[in-house]
Design a protein. Structure first.
Length: 387
């Protein structure tokens, strides 16, 4: 059974009651569409766990399938980067990084299968806060930044099978790549794939929209290490505390100059709930000179977690915050997730029909009783159109 495409070659997104085959998966609806890829809610097709890298538990949960846009798939350099960085992403097993399940290609379409995280990215959270004229509470912001730093440190210190450091640097730590779940989880999204996109777009000179979260050394084109990700995490924390963009410019050149100079106002200038201790952490993370900055993400996470302990913060508070901030979206998410998990796939429907066919008694053995009246003919199940 092959995937179903529209006349313009795009994948049909599917729905819980109309699953679309895509290799070993069923697509159950479009989640998002961006310049790099389209993301679909999906399930593993029955029987696929035994002959793939996927675990049996994967069959019992939803996945997010990111399918590369055709125009990028035509760029051999990007496809090569995508695959190489994707292999790194498969190694990133940490509670603060979205799990990459599989990377592959189906009928010319490159894809990445990830764990499905019901929620919103941090960009959407900040935008909703602005619309509602509110801020992310200070303890929540500190906790979110600590989890970002925790995930980064895991990646920064990862080694290969021979114990050699992989020297991974994300280079694209930004609110759009931080996933906030309705259960209060904080996870870095597209870790390896973001690197591939950043490298490729750097080569072809299209980094629009990315300067706001770069470090001064990244803007200058200097060699990068883990401290550039520390700086980007500091920007995110500053913006969560203030609900304001840290670096702005009327032109890209003006914006780049702002980042190069890294003149950072203290968050407490915008938010009186920010303590001097938090100001100090933010300013150290955002030091222009890398020697004055936190030397690794673990040190940043440790200082942030020490602050959280003083607030007696419970991560359940973040779950409540997300569900209240996105009340309608959360209710819709619950409904759609339940439908997707409970829906029968084409394979399951076919298996049920086959089972009924082989277990049904012969027609001449069915004899209605005298008192039963006319025999009722059960309505036949409408079959999904073949691919």
């Amino acid at each position: 059974m092959t995937e179903r495409a529209s006349t313009d070659g795009k994948l049909q997104p599917g729905a819980p009651n109309d699953p679309v085959p895509f290799g070993k998966y069923y697509l159950l609806g479009l989640i998002a569409r961006g310049g790099m890829a389209e993301v679909y809610r999906a399930r593993l097709r029955p029987g696929e766990t035994d002959n793939s890298v996927l675990s049996a538990s994967t069959a019992k949960r939803l996945l997010a399938i990111k399918v590369m846009r055709p125009q990028l798939a035509r760029e051999a350099r990007f496809v090569d980067m995508f695959n190489r960085e994707g292999q790194l992403a498969l190694m990133l097993r940490n509670r603060c990084i979205v799990e990459t399940v599989e990377i592959g290609r189906i009928e010319g379409r490159h894809y990445i299968a990830m764990e499905y995280i019901g929620g919103r990215d941090l960009t959407q959270v900040l935008r909703r806060c602005q619309e509602a004229n509110q801020r992310i509470p200070v303890p929540h912001a500190v906790y979110i930044a600590a989890r970002i730093a925790e995930g980064l440190h895991f990646a920064h210190t990862l080694s290969d099978g021979d114990g050699r450091p992989l020297n991974i640097v994300n280079r694209d730590v930004s609110p759009s790549n931080v996933r906030m779940s309705y259960d209060g989880d904080v996870k870095l999204l597209d870790f390896g794939i973001a690197q591939a996109l950043m490298k490729f777009t750097s080569e072809i000179g299209v980094l629009k929209g990315k300067f706001s979260y770069m470090s001064p050394e990244q803007i200058r084109g200097m060699p990068l290490d883990a401290r550039t990700d520390v700086f980007s995490t500091g920007i995110i924390l500053h913006e969560m505390l203030t609900t304001e963009k840290l670096f702005r410019g009327d032109t890209e050149f003006a914006l780049m100059e702002k980042v190069r100079k890294a003149d950072v106002p203290t968050p407490s200038n915008f938010n009186r709930r920010v303590t001097p201790e938090i100001d100090a952490i933010v300013l150290r993370a955002l030091a222009r000179d890398v020697a004055d900055r936190y030397q690794n993400a673990s040190a940043l996470a440790a200082d942030l977690d020490a602050l959280i302990a003083g607030y007696r913060f419970d991560p359940k508070e973040l779950r409540q915050f997300m569900r209240q901030l996105f009340r309608k979206e959360y209710a819709k998410e619950i409904d759609e997730t339940q439908q997707a998990l409970e829906s029968k796939t084409l394979d399951e429907i076919a298996a049920e029909d086959h089972q009924r066919a082989i277990t049904a008694p012969p027609v001449d053995a069915i004899t209605p009783s005298i008192s039963s009246g006319p025999t009722q003919t059960a309505p036949s199940r409408a079959r999904a159109p073949s691919a």
